[in-house]
Ligand binder design. Structure first.
Ligand code: GLN
Length: 468
């Protein structure tokens, strides 16, 4: 089983063909269909690409990702291929262009093996809202893998592709990474182009990476990062490299987060153990008060649903995908297409978002939410004046069983540690930490100042090494 770019490329150097590597993954996908990670395998185009990349290898013109097999979340466009955001409303919709993130990986000769299941329109924390059924956790199929990028997480966890792309609006890369024991990176907002990523909440959305190896996450990140004229919110700041990084780091811990009543005892003790190891290695640990914990989840859900209600207005049965049959007139076509096409959770968010944006409620919810967001941004900036990296749990616990969390508020609280970085735009990542007594994994989350991804990776290596 190939678990990293290095393993794939060393197999190629020892004589394996790109097609053999691809076939290895195709067989594994075939043998793990019950996980429901892939919504579609792009067998034909992947085989064609494998031959093309092989030729480039023999000519010595192959890119950095030659032989690497990539899965993409079903909300990233890949020209000529279906993309549905795991929703019935986009059933049979074909991408008209390729997302910039995907395009940049293709340009380095990655092979795209298929599209990965996720929560419908990336709304969810367990991959149970997909119109195409839940994804099962590879370690134990009774458990969820987390969401919304559950298919991407499981594809990497189960070795069904070398690396995968997801998207992270409120934790959808880091949270499933925590629950599948994989690495999950959410870069700084604006660091990777959102062009071709189906929008959920545009001021939060970022493309992210899943891998089993830190070097791979960095490699994909550094290929995708950077200005894109097709996304006005992409940053033109140069992509940071690992220079001038001190040997001893200053880590910050948010006391209020660690005192959260819902934080599982095993997660807390593993987290504290990791902090202790860092202390012993001579890294500085500073504790912060951050009295905003009660606000992060409500503010995230006010603002993200507002943006979602606006973004999803385009799915009206006329422009895209599914159109209701037997509807009379334009109004009925809109209503019936949306009623039939969207699932329950998506409808709940559209209604909530429309409410918080309504004339009567706007000031009390949306405008207030924006003010709190600004406060969180400033308070976080202030912490980074004193530390290099903030450590926090990724998830309050390890994964739950499929069907166990029915209350939407309970589900939203799964994101309590991840939404912070989306509200403030900071880069953050999950690396595996430990496992609960039931054998299910969980991770630790690292967050750095804006555009400090090089430092984020350095800190991740430091935490990893201190643990061993
Ligand atoms: N679970 C969060 C939500 O449902 C985050 C989703 C995401 O990051 N796409 O909104």
């Amino acid at each position: 089983m190939f678990k990293s770019v290095r393993e794939v490329q060393s197999a190629i150097s020892s004589g394996s063909s790109v097609l053999e590597i691809l076939e290895h993954y195709l067989t594994r996908i075939q043998n793990h269909q019950h996980l429901n990670a892939f919504l579609e395998v792009f067998e034909e185009s992947a085989r064609r690409d494998a031959l093309r990349v092989q030729e480039k290898i023999s000519k010595g013109t192959a890119g950095k990702l030659a032989g690497v097999v990539l899965g993409i979340k079903d909300n990233l466009c890949y020209q000529g291929h279906t993309v549905t955001a795991s929703s019935q409303i986009l059933e049979n919709f074909t991408s008209l262009y390729t997302a910039t993130s995907v395009q940049r990986l293709l340009a380095e000769d990655a092979i795209i093996i298929g599209r990965l299941n996720c929560d419908e329109f990336a709304m969810g924390s367990s991959n149970e809202t997909s119109a195409y059924g839940p994804v099962l956790n590879y370690l134990n199929p009774d458990f969820v893998p987390g969401g919304s990028s559950g298919g991407s997480a499981v594809a990497v966890q189960a070795g069904l592709c070398t690396v995968a792309l997801g998207s992270d609006t409120g934790g959808s890369v880091r949270q499933p990474a925590s629950w599948t024991g994989t690495i999950g990176l959410k870069p700084t907002y604006g660091r990777i182009s959102r062009y071709g990523l189906i929008a959920y909440a545009s001021s939060f959305d970022q493309v992210g990476v899943f891998s089993s190896d830190l070097d791979d996450a960095w490699l994909l990140y550094s290929i995708m990062a950077g200005k894109d004229p097709l996304d006005a919110t992409s940053s033109s700041q140069p992509v940071s490299q690992s220079t001038d990084i001190p040997t001893h780091l200053r880590f910050g811990i948010i006391k209020d987060y660690m005192e959260l009543p819902g934080l599982d005892a095993e997660v807390k003790s593993a987290f504290n153990g990791a902090v202790q190891k860092l202390r012993e290695k001579g890294h500085a640990i500073k504790e912060f008060n951050f009295p905003y914990l009660d606000f992060v989840v409500p503010v995230y859900y006010v603002l993200s649903t507002a943006e979602a209600s606006s973004n999803l207005a385009r799915f009206d049965g006329i422009h895209f995908g599914k159109r209701a049959e037997n509807a009379e007139g334009i109004d009925e076509t809109y209503v019936n297409s949306r009623t039939e096409g969207f699932g329950l959770e998506v409808k709940r968010r559209i209604v909530t978002g429309t409410f918080v944006l309504s004339n009567e409620q706007y000031e009390a919810y949306y405008a207030k939410g924006q003010k709190v967001r600004r406060l969180l941004y400033q308070a976080t900036k202030d912490m980074f004046k004193e530390v290099d990296c903030i450590l926090l749990p990724t998830t309050p616990s390890s994964a739950f069983k499929i069907g166990d969390v029915k209350d939407p508020i309970q589900m939203y609280l799964q994101d309590i540690f991840t939404v912070h970085a989306n509200l403030t735009g900071n880069p953050a990542m999950n690396i595996p930490l430990s496992q609960s007594s039931n054998g299910m994994p969980f991770g630790i989350q690292l967050m750095t100042d804006h555009f400090e991804e090089a430092l984020l990776f350095h800190a991740s290596r430091t935490v990893n090494d201190a643990r061993d």
